[in-house]
Ligand binder design. Sequence first.
Ligand code: AMX
Length: 435
Amino acid sequence: STNLKEVLSKKIPAHNAKIKEFRTQHNSTIVQNVTIDMIYGGMRSMKGMVTETSVLDHEEGIRFRGYSIPECQKLLPKAEGGEQPIPEAIWWLLCTGDIPTKAQADAITKDWNARAALPAHVLRLLDVLPESLHPMKQFVAAVAALNSESKFADAYTRGVPKVSYWEYAYEDSMNLLAQLPSVAAIIYSNLFRNGSVVGVVDSNKDWSANFCNLLGFNDPIFSELMRLYLVIHADHEGGNVSAHACHLVGSALSDPYLSYSAAIAGLAGPLHGLANQETLVFLSKIVADLGHGYTEDQLGDWVRKHLHSGQVVPGYGHAVLRKTDARYECQRQFALKHLPNDDLFRLVSTLYKITPNILLEQGKAKNPWPNVDAHSGVLLTHFGLTEMNYYTVLFGVSRALGCLSQLIWARGMGLPLERPKSHSTEGLIKLAAAA
Ligand code: AMX
């Protein structure tokens, strides 16, 4: 079938039957001991959530429903004449666990294009927000305000049975995904193009090509970059700040709009999604100080000085990964193909050569290798999207694919309100003494 909802209506009960059997056998099985270090350490490596859509391996990187990024690039349907998978295809994969056919991916395109219109109050809201309000914060506000349209909230108020919650989460998620490019493009136009009119969604174009056109970019290679960008940022298992925030808020049966606005509020933090903006600021400072005629030694001294001033190297390190991020690597491949002589790409490549050793020498970061955010800004800048404080909005458009597919499943699986136990330090001292 090319009808995603119909496919899910079969998959969800089958998966629930599997979970029921598994839990009957293993509900009391112990999988880990929790240490005091984990409790104070931001719950690093504590196994505490179930997320079906993707799993992160600390060495090889993300796998979306079991498929690595290179596998997705090879197997997922592409746009006409394109080489990169279309995000509609990863949405199908994240939702179902199956590689879609071209017809299935195209059905998503058609569905999203039909759902893209924005309610008038959101357009008015975006028009009155001040220029001084960072694009990410405008994005958070607009997504929260879209909640007036929530089918989920309406169904809950009507008292629909719990087993059908996922169907309303699905409708809201599909609507929100369809609307996100327009919301993001209006923010871009208001802040960086003097509010020039944002075009309308073209029913013959895919989600990414439409998004690029709404932003005012017509280069087909930029659309390819956008497809790659929107696919690789989609999901990074469940414990990262954006995915976890979405899951947590959704577990209170807040609707998908509210849950996703919480996710992007988290993504707006400099240790999470804002790092792609921070990376470009970092690169710009290097260029301002050294130009493009630096030696590796000069660059190394600059990075050391930056670290000694107490700042992090944005785009390096990760809470889970311990190798170069696969998402960095595929962007590097894209750059090697399309912009090998770009000055900023050369700077990013040289930093890749020297920064891991400098971080190792400093001896603090558990992972000295680059993450996704070390690369994305350079690619966007090359194609003329130079407004770096907008970059995290693009990340936010993409991350909806992962957060919302998992949210549909969370409601389908009937996952409960999330409510871990917390203790005061006094309480932990007593617990530790008694252990
Ligand atoms: N530059 C300098 N110091 C770093 C560093 C970096 N890139 N990465 C880690 N460190 C430091 C930490 O600040 C910490 O120092 P402290 O003990 O003085 O507080 C120490 O190394 C240990 O940190 P860690 O266990 O290796 O990392 P973490 O799990 O606590 O944090 C992360 C992970 C990503 C927040 C961190 O590596 C960082 O701040 N990186 C730069 C920001 C960045 O690129 N964020 C994007 C991550 C990907 C994403 O979500 N989009």
